[in-house]
Design a protein around this ligand. Structure first.
Ligand code: ZN
Length: 282
């Protein structure tokens, strides 16, 4: 239903200039995020969500760079800007995404799961996609042979090139389904891993799946105890009652172009704002 409303609303955005939407919304900073860019969708993701080709991604970036400046996170300036990030720490980030971003001079944050770095383990949804592709697949062999995740060496190289690394939990659970103690453990341990192993100074954490259903007790605990500096959700263009919880735009979600998706996010934000529904409450 939500998808239907989103896609139906997207039709109207053809008639509204991007600059007007930015102006009316008052939201100058946007946080689009992806997982993977590939011309050959790998079997572990193919059956989960639409995958952007290199050509589509380049087109998305053309749009973004036309209306927004590519910025580092927390850069402090106030012009229209986009802060790009990628979740799940997939090897395509190193092979395909980073070369494109370097050529265009676009910074990015790559959020990785501490249990999956170096292909030590796999996200359970990938096993589902692999079985769908071929019921005989042995995921342990797949990890060894295909190496779907970034290696530590690749991560060090990305950091040297100026990219940022953030945490995305230990092994990607849905936070609303685990206890508060486990939520804190997943957050703290994955951040410690990023800071100790890779020397990251800023403690950035992107929720696996969504921050929907995460209570204010969690946010108060992680912010007050300085377990994290900033957390990132996936609710699109929205404000959050916790200022340091930043909502990002899941560009891949409906298979629309970044232009169409982002313009629709803006339109819906403006409409929701009229009714006071633009803030994520807990
Ligand atoms: Zn994820």
């Amino acid at each position: 239903m939500k998808g239907f409303i989103f896609k139906a609303s997207s039709i109207f955005t053809c008639f509204i200039p991007t600059k007007l939407l930015i102006k009316l919304s008052g939201k100058k900073i946007i946080y689009p995020f992806y997982h993977i860019i590939s011309d050959n969708p790998p079997p572990h993701i193919k059956h989960l969500y639409p995958i952007r080709s290199v050509k589509q991604f380049e087109k998305d970036l053309d749009f973004l760079q036309k209306y927004f400046t590519a910025s580092e996170f927390d850069s402090g300036n106030n012009k229209p800007q986009f802060i790009l990030s990628f979740d799940d720490g997939l090897s395509e980030v190193y092979d395909i995404v980073a070369p494109i971003l370097k050529r265009r001079n676009i910074p990015a944050i790559f959020f990785v799961n501490s249990a999956f770095v170096d292909n030590k383990d796999i996200f359970k949804n990938y096993i589902f996609s692999l079985k769908q592709e071929n019921p005989e697949t042995d995921y342990k062999k797949y990890l060894t042979n295909k190496k779907p995740y970034l290696t530590s060496e690749q991560i060090f190289e990305l950091i040297n090139e100026g990219f940022k690394i953030g945490a995305h939990s230990i092994n990607h659970p849905l936070f609303s389904e685990i206890s508060e103690a486990e939520q804190i453990k997943q957050t703290k341990e994955s951040i410690d891993f990023i800071c100790k192993k890779f020397g990251e100074k800023q403690k950035l954490f992107a929720f696996p799946f969504t921050d929907d259903g995460v209570t204010d007790v969690f946010f108060n605990t992680v912010f007050e105890n300085k377990i994290v500096d900033y957390t990132f959700g996936t609710a699109g263009i929205k404000d959050d009652i916790f200022e340091r919880n930043i909502q990002r735009i899941p560009i891949e979600k409906y298979g629309l172009s970044a232009k169409r998706h982002i313009k629709t996010e803006y339109l819906l934000y403006i409409i929701k704002k009229l009714f006071g529904k633009h803030v994520v409450k807990r």
